[in-house]
Write a protein that binds this ligand. Structure first.
Ligand code: NAP
Ligand code: ZN
Ligand code: ZN
Length: 402
C-alpha cells in the first residue's frame, strides 16, 4: 500500500451517520475508494457528538478534534470491553507530542476523525482479563505510540513492532478488525493488550515520566542504534519535546552535546538539561565554526528546513538521523553526502522491548522529562504555544482535570 488519504467526512444528521471516504493507493493497481461508516449521536443537552464503534461497549470520555484543524472539544465515545489478554488503565497523565498536532491538522494525510490524540500515556491498572500474566490491579503502567501489531512478521519477531505492516497506532488507526477506530490518551481510560503495555517504576514522578513513552523512546532508540558514546560529538537540532530528551540521553551516554536551536531564549535551559554547548543557528559566525564538526546529529525539527545546512556540520562518516516529520519533502544534494561519505537516515519510535529498556534506564539513572503540567481545558492553548516553539519542554495533561 502506497498512500492512504482520507477525504472530507460527510455527516448525515438525518441518519446519524458519519461517512468517511478514503482513497487507498496500491503500487500496482488503480486507487480504490473505501467508505468507512460510523454511527453518531448528537446530544443537544451537552452539545456533544457521540460515536458508536462496532464492538465497543465501555463508555469513555476525552477531548477530540471532530474534523481537520478544528479545536479539541469534550467528546464521549466507547472503547472495547477488556478481553482476556487486555488490561484496563485509568489514565493519570498524558504528554502532548507535536505528532498530535500533525494528526489534528491531517498533515500526513492519514487522520481519521474524530481524533482523540495522545500517545504518552501513564496510569493505573484498574481491571485485568482472565489471561493477563504481567500486570495486576494497582500497577503503574504506560502506553506509547502503538497498541498492537501482527505478532508474526519478522519485525514483530525481532522486537521491531514499529515497522510491522500491521501495526496499530494508539489513535487515529484501525484495530485488527479493520473497523474499530483507536482513540488515544487525552481521555479517562484505555484498554490495551498486555503485550503492548509498559511497566513504570514508582520511583520517578509520574507526570515527568509520561513523555518518555514517545519523546523518550524516539530519541533513545537512534542514539543506541548508532552507538553514541563518550568521545563523540553530537548535535541535537531543535529544543522541544524530543530535542530536550535527546540532549539528556546523549549527555548521559557520555557524548559532548551541542543544541542547535533557532530560539536564543533556550540557551540557559539547554545547559541545565545537560548540553555542553548551544549554537544559535541564525548566527552565521557560530554556524561557520561547526563545519565538519559532529559525529552524529539528531534532527527533531517539526517544520520544513534545509537538511543540507546541517549535513555540512558532519565529519567524514558522520550520520544525521531524522526523527522530525515535516510535511514538505527535503532536498538533499548527493554532493553533500558523497564527499564526506556521510549518512542521512531516519528512525521511528522504538519497539516494545526497547521502550521498556529505556524506561528502566531512566529509572536507574534518574532521567525524567522537563514538563509543564496543564488542565485539559487549556489543550488548545498548549497546541498554539507548541506551534510557536514555546515549549518547556513538554506539555503534560493532568487527567484529573478531565
Ligand atoms: P516540539 O516540541 O514542537 O519541538 C520542535 C522544535 O523544533 C521546536 O521547539 C523548535 O526548537 C524546532 N523548530 C520548529 N520549527 C523550526 C524551524 N522552522 N526551523 C528550525 N527549527 C524549528 O516537537 P516534538 O514533539 O519534539 O516533535 C518534533 C517532530 O518529531 C514532529 O514533527 C513530530 O511529529 C516528530 N516525531 C517523530 C517521531 C518518530 O518516531 N520519528 C516520534 C515523535 C515525534 P528551537 O526553538 O530550539 O529551534
Ligand atoms: Zn509522539
Ligand atoms: Zn508484525
Amino acid at each position: 500500500m502506497k498512500d492512504h488519504q482520507p477525504l472530507r467526512c460527510i455527516c448525515d444528521k438525518r441518519s446519524n451517520l458519519i461517512i468517511r471516504p478514503h482513497f487507498i493507493f496500491y503500487s500496482d493497481f488503480s486507487p480504490f475508494l473505501f467508505l468507512f461508516i460510523s454511527k453518531i449521536n448528537y446530544m443537544p443537552e451537552t452539545n456533544e457528538l457521540v460515536v458508536d464503534q462496532p464492538i465497543a461497549t465501555l463508555p469513555s470520555k476525552g477531548y477530540a478534534a471532530m474534523a481537520v484543524s478544528e479545536k479539541l472539544i469534550p467528546f464521549n465515545f466507547k472503547r472495547r470491553a477488556p478481553r482476556p489478554h487486555d488490561v484496563l488503565i485509568e489514565i493519570r497523565y498524558c504528554g502532548i507530542c507535536h505528532s498530535d498536532l500533525h494528526f489534528v491538522r491531517n498533515d500526513w494525510g492519514m487522520s481519521i476523525y474524530p481524533i482523540v490524540p495522545g500517545h504518552e500515556i501513564v496510569g493505573t491498572v484498574t481491571q485485568v482479563g482472565n489471561h493477563v500474566k504481567k500486570y495486576k490491579v494497582g500497577d503503574t503502567v504506560g502506553i506509547g505510540c502503538l497498541v498492537d501489531s501482527c505478532r508474526e512478521c519478522d519485525n514483530c519477531k525481532n522486537d521491531l513492532e514499529q515497522f510491522c505492516p500491521g501495526m496499530v497506532l494508539t489513535y487515529s488507526s484501525y484495530e485488527k478488525d479493520s473497523k474499530t477506530v483507536t482513540y488515544g490518551g487525552y481521555s479517562n481510560q484505555i484498554v490495551c493488550d498486555e503485550n503492548y503495555v509498559l511497566k513504570i517504576s514508582d520511583k520517578l514522578p509520574l507526570e515527568k515520566v509520561a513523555p518518555l513513552l514517545c519523546a523518550g523512546i524516539t530519541t533513545y532508540s537512534p542514539l543506541r542504534h548508532w552507538k553514541v558514546e563518550s568521545g563523540q560529538k553530537v548535535g541535537v537540532i531543535g529544543l522541544g519535546g524530543l530535542g530536550h530528551m535527546a540532549a539528556k540521553f546523549a549527555a548521559s551516554f557520555g557524548a559532548e552535546v551541542t543544541v542547535l536551536s533557532t530560539s536564543p531564549s533556550k540557551e540557559g535551559d539547554a545547559k541545565k538539561l545537560g548540553a555542553h554547548k548551544f549554537v544559535l543557528t541564525t548566527d552565521e559566525d557560530q554556524v561557520k565554526r561547526l563545519a565538519g564538526y559532529f559525529n552524529f546529529i539528531l534532527d527533531t525539527v517539526s517544520a520544513p528546513h534545509d537538511y543540507n545546512f546541517y549535513l555540512n556540520m558532519l565529519k567524514n562518516d558522520g550520520a544525521m538521523v531524522c526523527v522530525g516529520l515535516p510535511v514538505v519533502p527535503a532536498q538533499v544534494p548527493s554532493f553533500t553526502l558523497v564527499f564526506q561519505r556521510r549518512t542521512l537516515a531516519g528512525s521511528l519510535i522504538g519497539g516494545i522491548a526497547e521502550t521498556q529498556e529505556m524506561l528502566d534506564y531512566c529509572a536507574a539513572n534518574n532521567i525524567t522529562c522537563d514538563v509543564e503540567v496543564i488542565n485539559i481545558k487549556d489543550i488548545n492553548t498548549a497546541f498554539e504555544r507548541m506551534e510557536k516553539k514555546d515549549v518547556k519542554y513538554r506539555f503534560v495533561i493532568d487527567m484529573a482535570t478531565l
